[in-house]
Design a protein around this ligand. Structure first.
Ligand SMILES: Cc1cc2nc3c(=O)[nH]c(=O)nc-3n(C[C@H](O)[C@H](O)[C@H](O)COP(=O)(O)O)c2cc1C
Length: 414
């Protein structure tokens, strides 16, 4: 059984150009899909159980069907490469090293949903990724893989690169749409969802770059082969960005269900200085997991009951000797700085977290856990986007996990 779909492995030191991509079966999925039709692609993605890799893990097939079934004369695909979460590098890796996989995923999404316009959403300071994508688009156009009559078929689809402002919140899907439309890149109220009313009011499928790179493999090998990798509720593989504390940092691909121990020791070569792992932080916007859970498999269904999620795979570790409070304050300040200011509960929550944790660090102790929990409870689900919940997840889980150290009552530290 395949354990990888070759997104990171073997690590490609160079950009995969069109010749190299074709040599490993690139665009074969598109060729077959143009004969079988878009409905077969949509069915394959639904059957595969592919979930979004941008953080929320929403089933890709459900999102695609929403856009496909919405009556419209024009539809869009947005490949979200706005990766701005500290510790996550996988989307930048994909766009820079495997740009044709991203383009083929966008084309297949376009074919399945009836879209003709593709937008590769990048951040304006991502120079290597923009350069790589520009070259790949030019190669694809010259080879008849983008444009009017793709590979001689009636399917028309073209891709433009959008250079977004360098803010975290601009990676949220409706903020991405706002930015492409020329706005400041701030989230909009949902519903309506982009699949119903997206770019210029037209049905728009927004997927993370990594999600789209799984699509060509699924179309070529079938939904069953994809489901044979990973776990029941988390089929396939995921990319993880391993942190600098490990002997081999960088982007690796693992089948869902791989344990944290295997990821850290086998893929990452173990902790560089041998320090004990006190807690695993699957990604900045997720809850912490006690170090005693190193043998738990990485999958949505196994992490959910433990209060966390695979997230975007930007792994961080809390090691013996690390200053937990300093880490929490860094997280709180990140979200305070990155909230866009338009939803008062989000502004209030993120400012309050940073204020309370800052006071704690300055030695002003007292009961700080209750105000944090109260403000998180009040703000929950009150924003246009989920930044409120993303900011709260690590802080709330840390109150439980590092309670003794921080001076709260409860502790579940492993
Ligand atoms: C504050 C915020 C920032 C986000 N940043 C990104 C991002 O950089 N890249 C991304 O793919 N999704 C990001 N998302 C999630 C997107 O809104 C959306 O769910 C995702 O692009 C959908 O793709 P997927 O279903 O393939 O995961 C962000 C969400 C929020 C609330």
């Amino acid at each position: 059984m395949a354990a990888s779909i070759a997104l990171a492995d073997p690590p490609s030191p160079m950009r995969e150009d069109l010749v190299a991509y074709r040599a490993v079966g690139g665009y074969e999925g598109l060729k077959a899909a143009l004969i079988r039709g878009g409905a077969s692609v949509l069915a394959a993605i639904e059957d595969s159980g592919l979930r979004g890799h941008g953080g929320a893990a929403f089933p890709a097939g459900r999102k695609w069907r929403l856009a496909a079934e919405r009556a419209a004369t024009c539809r869009h695909v947005v490949a979200n490469g706005g990766e701005h979460e500290p510790g996550s590098e996988k989307d930048k890796h994909l766009v820079e090293r495997h740009p044709h996989r991203v383009l083929e995923g966008m084309l297949l999404c376009g074919l399945a949903t009836g879209a003709t316009r593709g937008w590769l959403y990048l951040i304006e300071d991502m120079a290597p990724q923009i350069a790589s994508a520009e070259r790949a688009i030019a190669e694809a156009r010259a080879a008849g893989l983008l444009g009017g009559t793709i590979l001689g078929s009636e399917f028309a689809f073209d891709v433009a690169i959008h250079r977004a402002p360098p803010t975290y919140v601009a990676g949220e899907e409706t903020a991405a749409i706002d930015s492409i439309e020329g706005g400041p890149g701030k989230p909009r109220k949902k519903p309506p969802y982009p699949g119903e009313y997206g770019l210029r009011g037209e049905p728009t499928t927004v997927n993370n770059v990594e999600t789209l790179t799984h699509v060509p493999w699924i179309v070529r090998h079938g939904a069953g082969a994809y489901r044979a990798i990973g776990t029941r509720e988390s089929p396939g593989t995921m990319l993880v960005t391993l942190p600098a504390e490990l002997r081999r940092p960088g982007v690796v691909e693992i089948p869902f269900g791989t344990s944290w121990r295997t990821l850290i020791e086998q893929h990452g070569g173990g902790v560089r200085d041998g320090r004990r792992i006190r807690a695993i932080h699957p990604a900045l916007s997720c809850g912490f997991l006690a170090g005693k859970h190193l043998d738990v498999g990485i999958a949505h269904e196994t992490l959910r009951p433990l209060g966390t999620a695979p997230g975007c795979g930007g792994l961080r570790l809390v090691l013996d000797g690390d200053d937990v409070l300093a880490r929490l304050l860094e997280i709180a300040r990140f979200f305070m700085k990155e909230q866009c200011g338009q939803c008062p509960p989000c502004r209030m929550e993120t400012n309050q977290f940073a204020h309370v944790l800052g006071a704690l660090q300055a030695g002003k102790g007292g009961n700080f856990a209750d105000p944090i929990r109260k403000v998180a409870d009040f703000a929950r689900k009150k924003g246009f986007c989920s930044l409120i919940e993303m900011a709260a997840a690590p802080i709330l889980s840390a109150l439980d996990l590092f309670g003794d150290e921080l001076g709260t009552a409860s502790s579940a530290s492993g």
